[in-house]
Design a protein around this ligand. Structure first.
Ligand code: GZL
Length: 304
């Protein structure tokens, strides 16, 4: 490479921007689409040398991956934090090493000043509120009993989606009678829904924090001899292909999208940061919402 180009060599002796990325895991269809977007964008031909790690939804694995990236002298470190808290020490270490950090997908609570250059992701409170507003429009006045399949305990999407939904149904006669984490997985949603069906014989609506737990709930509802989308309504968040297909088939009633294709925004933030240009501290990913007709129309063109 031209020695005089002043480009960052990131310790890898090349002009590529070295990026260490710590991913939450592979828990859901959303996560797989998010990983695909990051790996398909942060490629060598696009000027990146990507080191990628899957933490199997364990914070300690993310912290050790980030420490490895610090030790390797990455140009930039990016991660999707599995939970909101417990990051101060490792964020302080990255800052001390002079390595910029970018958050994707989920936010953190930290006391470290200037801990990261940007947070790229959806507004989860808004997503929960859109789900609750639709539920209120459709079902207020019918004395609906609601159960909630929460995402990973302590994660930003679980905390915020619960808050958004609860706020939107305030003042209606929809009543939340049970709420438990299914950890964003299909199996988790199925097991928790089985428990809800044993504990309650009057469930009218399931609010699932992601499609995968909603799809697990469908399995449990059908195993109980009931019709999902009819006997028990279902509202989910994400908008991945399997969820949108269930919505088109009438087994889910409404989906609020959470766009996982964050690779392009991440690449742009990294390039600007390495070039010393200013970046927005908060980049809000735009989301749509779908009813059954909307899902039928959108499915042919969905990228994930
Ligand atoms: C949302 C993301 C959530 C998805 C789930 O941005 O963090 O985690 O909604 C995924 O499907 O597991």
């Amino acid at each position: 490479s031209d020695a005089g180009d002043g480009g960052s060599d990131g310790g890898s002796g090349s002009d590529l921007i070295s990026v260490g990325f710590s991913q939450v895991g592979a828990e859901s269809g959303w996560r797989s689409a998010n990983t695909m977007s990051i790996k398909d964008t942060l490629t060598e031909e696009n000027g990146f040398e990507l080191s990628f790690s899957d933490a199997q939804q364990k914070q300690e694995n993310q912290i050790s991956a980030i420490r490895n990236y610090i030790a390797q002298g990455m140009d930039v470190i990016a991660f999707s934090p599995v939970v909101e808290t417990g990051w101060d020490a490792v964020l302080e270490e990255a800052k001390g090493a002079g390595i910029p950090v970018v958050l994707t997908d989920r936010a953190v609570e930290t006391t470290v000043d200037d801990a990261y250059v940007s947070f790229i992701g959806s507004d989860f409170i808004e997503e929960g509120a859109r789900a609750g507003e639709w539920a209120a429009e459709q079902y207020d006045g019918e004395g609906y009993k609601v159960v909630e399949l929460q995402g990973t305990t302590g994660s930003a999407p679980a905390i915020d989606r619960q808050e958004g939904f609860a706020g939107a149904i305030e003042g209606t006669d929809l009543e939340m009678i049970d709420s438990q984490t299914g950890d964003f997985t299909r199996d988790g949603g199925k097991k928790v829904m089985e428990g809800f069906l044993t504990a309650h014989d009057d469930i009218d609506l399931v609010f699932a924090h992601n499609d995968d737990m909603g799809l697990g709930a469908i399995e449990a509802i059908e195993a109980a001899g009931l019709k999902p989308g009819e006997d028990i309504k279902i509202i989910t968040i994400d908008g991945v292909k399997d969820g949108m297909t269930a919505l088109a088939d009438g087994k889910i009633n409404y989906i609020v999208e959470c766009n996982p294709l964050l690779g392009p925004d991440l690449a742009e933030v990294i390039e600007k940061t390495v070039a010393g240009d200013a970046v927005d501290a908060r980049i809000v990913t735009q989301d749509e919402a779908f009813d059954q007709e909307g899902a039928k129309a959108a499915l042919p063109d969905r990228q994930y």
